[in-house]
Design a protein around this ligand. Sequence first.
Ligand code: AMP
Ligand code: ZN
Length: 113
Amino acid sequence: MSDCLFCKIVAGEIPAKLVAESDAALAFYDIAPQAPVHVLVIPKVHVTDINEIDGDHPVMDDLIALVQSVVTEEGIKDAGYRLVVNVGVDGQQTVPHLHIHVLGGRRMTWPPG
Ligand code: AMP
Ligand code: ZN
């Protein structure tokens, strides 16, 4: 999608600090980190949100596989971490390209706001 921020990052048109990559997914540091480790994991193809994924779609498998690499590389696997996927208006999704927030490096609070 030509006017999508994260598609532009995938295309290299907007710079991002990359963390890891697979054939189908990309991981890069969030520009406004909310924790010592704050990485976004996105599909390389444009998917707006989880509502767009049908049952046979491998997107989430691809994303989770890259999340596992990221938490290992970032050294937060054993201490624990939080995955967040905001969806739509009530979910406060601000970038309409599916992404998993990987947050770690500090103790999280609950409930989220
Ligand atoms: P969400 O609110 O769940 O849609 O998350 C969007 C995230 O993208 C926010 O945490 C932003 O800080 C982050 N973000 C926005 N623009 C960029 C960018 N150019 N590079 C990296 N992260 C970004
Ligand atoms: Zn996109």
